[in-house]
Design a protein. Structure first.
Length: 723
């Protein structure tokens, strides 16, 4: 048996060499990404420091926190932890096989405790393997069938069995069993009794063969992992580290110039001036776009390529996708698999040869959306974030889907209804086509120079020290159903003594254009808003619309706006924690539908729970289930069968009961849910201030959460008013 170490060494070298080509090709695909506006190379900026991201990645990798969110995840975690905890024993087997002294000279009791623990861990690992096998046999619809999954399961099972055989043979050959480290190992002890029927001379051979197979399986793991779906074992930590990446786009903005509502302005004059301002903006060159999208696989970012290979194919994204649950053809996991196959079939050079260019010059090339089979289902995605929320490896699905949508729509491939909404955004600054004169008389009063209460007379006080800039959003501005909720938010914020400036020009934040892939329209709307927002210099931006909060906080940062934006629910929760307001209930029992843009992008469920608890109401917060309005889907009809099934799912999830009020805190959610024959209202309408406070006057320069004196004024003109 002396030749076995040489055979194992040769096979190990071959296995390592076989694993290198896939890793080399993947590394080359990532590093060739240059001058790509959607790649990591464009001024990368991260939400956290490198140390925080690395620590977060390692913590999630070893704790398997997302994996344990589902019951079947315990089987996966048992296998993973078992493999990690048995690494010292694997190293011991290798040293014993190659006659290397690895003994730590530990006392016999310590050795017995370690060996017994390892034996139990190996048994639990086999139990996890059995559970994973049964799940694939009993409910194959909840898993992705793949040959390499069965290969890995079989390899781990053989790994554990050879460990038991080697330990049992070692225990059976021991002259004094009570002094053996394996004496109290339950599985090894049972098997040793079976092996005692063998001739003592065969124990040494059996141990050598078992360890040889054990170490050979370890060597074969690397080439199998690098060529199958289990590549996520190697790429999980890099995917986590780069999962927080976002892009910084340095737009040139004039911070001192806004579009201000003049003392004697009329809605018509304001509309004319904003239209002129938008028309005067130069057309964006394609190279100046924050993202030109992904027309082909060559436009994919390095991060997208990394995440496509890091997908574990666990199917959690698809099982939690509201479109897939409603019978739609959208399958986030299959999109990742198809994307990986397209990338692997692509040559690694960045541009085709001259002969290829001549050959394909006049041939129409399919877009990436068409190659992925998303041409018909691309518009079903509502960007709710459920796929990212439940992904155990924290993969970024939404930026990839947005880039594919942008690339697909650059040639005008848009639903007709969405084209009308985008045209309305360009003409009237809102997707419904309402004029400014339709909204301003209902929402806000124009400042009057002759009015002694006008803030004009106190301009020096309100232009500075702005704690909150209130951004109503187009839905709350033009839909009378949401006017009262906006005023209620403002009343609660003012009662805490906050200095508030309000947006008086109803320009959409641009989220429908962004989600539709119309980057030029989004850029015009966003930069117009940014110029006016930066002129105010508020500490924070608040809104009652989760879509506005996400757009202002995420996409506006890419254009140079670094003022934090958040939903008013978050700020009210902070005020309650600081004991600056007290709330009371108008309703006793609530059923809360948490908006996906507020719960998945930033988990506001605790804030909602704190608010209803502070108002002493009984509330049940349902699981996050998208209403279907996100991703610009509110402005174009999607698949009717899918929409009908989604509405049915929402009715089951939000079934109105006696004396229970169904509420939400998103105007789009409320509009969609009311269309499902449910009676839904704003959460803020069910609570009231317990003791309405008189705003305290102060001349100090204070901000939310700092100091005790806060002013309750409402700035509405000059530079404090956007118009």
């Amino acid at each position: 048996m002396s030749y076995l170490p040489y055979i194992l060494s040769i096979l190990t070298i071959i296995a390592i060499l076989a694993a290198l080509p896939p890793l080399w090709r993947l590394g080359k695909r990532i590093t060739i990404k240059k001058n790509n506006s959607y790649s990591i190379g464009l001024n990368p900026h991260y939400d956290h420091s490198a140390t925080h991201r690395v620590a977060h990645a390692i913590f999630n990798f070893f704790t398997q926190s997302r994996v344990l969110e589902r019951k079947i995840g315990y089987a996966h975690a048992a296998v993973f932890w078992g493999f990690i905890l048995l690494l010292p024993e694997i190293i011991g087997f290798a040293c014993e096989f190659y006659h290397i002294d690895f003994s730590l000279n530990l006392p016999i009791p310590a050795q017995q405790i370690i060996a017994t623990t390892q034996d139990i861990i190996a048994g639990l690992t086999l139990v996890g393997i059995a559970a994973m096998t049964l799940r694939r046999l009993i409910s194959p619809q909840n898993t992705h069938p793949s040959a390499d999954a069965w290969i890995i399961i079989g390899m781990i099972a053989v790994l554990m069995l050879t460990k038991f055989v080697a330990n049992a043979a070692t225990l059976a050959s021991a002259t004094q069993n009570t002094l053996s480290a394996l004496y109290y190992a339950p599985i090894a002890r049972i098997l040793s009794r079976v092996l005692r029927s063998l001739e003592p001379a065969n124990y040494h051979t059996l141990i050598g063969v078992a360890i040889f197979i054990h170490l050979l399986i370890i060597s074969l793991f690397l080439p199998v992992i690098t060529r199958g779906k289990h590549l996520h074992i190697l790429l999980a930590i890099p995917a986590w580290i780069f999962g927080h990446e976002r892009h910084e786009y340095n737009a040139t903005l004039d911070k001192d110039v806004g579009y201000h509502l003049l003392p004697h302005d009329t809605p018509e004059a304001l509309e004319e001036r904003i239209l002129k301002a938008l028309a005067d903006k130069p057309a964006l060159d394609e190279n100046d776009m924050p993202s030109s999208g992904a027309k082909t696989q060559r436009d994919l970012s390095a991060k997208t390529i990394l995440h496509a290979h890091a997908c574990s194919q666990c199917k959690r994204c698809t099982l939690n996708c509201p479109v897939a649950r409603a019978g739609g053809d959208l399958n986030p996991m299959q999109t990742q698999i198809n994307l990986r196959q397209i990338i692997q079939n692509q040559r690694t050079r960045t541009s085709p040869s001259d002969n290829e260019s001549k050959h394909h010059k006049n041939m129409p090339q399919p877009t990436l959306a068409q190659q992925l089979g998303l041409a018909e289902t691309l518009w079903l995605c509502t960007f709710c974030g459920n796929c990212e929320k439940h992904c155990p490896i924290y993969l970024s699905h939404l930026p990839k889907m947005l880039a594919i949508r942008i690339g697909y729509t650059e040639n005008g491939r848009l639903p007709a209804a969405l084209i009308r909404s985008l045209q309305n955004l360009k003409k009237t600054f809102n997707p419904w086509g309402y004029t400014i004169s339709h909204a301003l008389p209902k929402k806000q009063q124009l400042p009057n120079k002759n009015n002694p209460q006008s803030p004009d007379n106190n301009q020096q006080n309100y232009v500075h020290n702005i704690d909150i800039l209130w951004f109503s959003g187009c839905n709350a501005t033009y839909n009378p159903k949401h006017h009262a909720a906006d005023e209620k938010y403002l009343a609660i914020l003012r009662s805490a003594g906050l200095n508030i400036a309000t947006m008086t020009h109803p320009i959409c934040c641009g989220e429908p254009a962004k989600m539709a892939g119309d980057i030029a329209t989004f850029h015009q709307l966003a930069t117009t808003n940014i110029e006016a927002i930066q002129a105010i210099k508020a500490a924070r931006i608040a809104t009652g619309c989760p879509h506005c909060a996400t757009t202002l906080n995420r996409y506006y940062r890419e254009l140079g706006l670094h003022i934090p934006a958040m939903h008013a629910i978050i700020i009210i929760d902070e005020l309650l924690a600081q004991k600056r307001i007290e709330l009371t209930a108008k309703e006793e029992n609530l059923l809360v539908h948490p908006p996906c843009q507020l719960s998945n992008i930033r988990d506001a469920r605790p804030a909602i729970q704190h608010i209803v608890h502070a108002a002493k109401m009984q509330a049940t917060i349902t699981e996050v289930d998208c209403c279907g309005a996100g991703g610009a889907c509110a402005f174009h009809p999607s698949n009717e069968d899918v929409a009908r099934k989604r509405r049915s799912n929402l009715r089951l999830n939000l079934n109105n009961k006696a004396n229970v009020k169904t509420v939400s805190c998103c105007p789009f959610c409320i509009d969609q849910l009311n269309s499902t024959e449910l009676e839904v209202t704003h959460l803020i309408d069910t609570i009231a201030l317990k003791t309405p406070a008189t705003p305290r006057q102060s001349t100090s320069n204070t901000r939310l959460g700092v100091g005790e004196d806060h002013r309750g004024s409402d700035a509405r003109c000059g530079k404090a008013v956007l118009g």
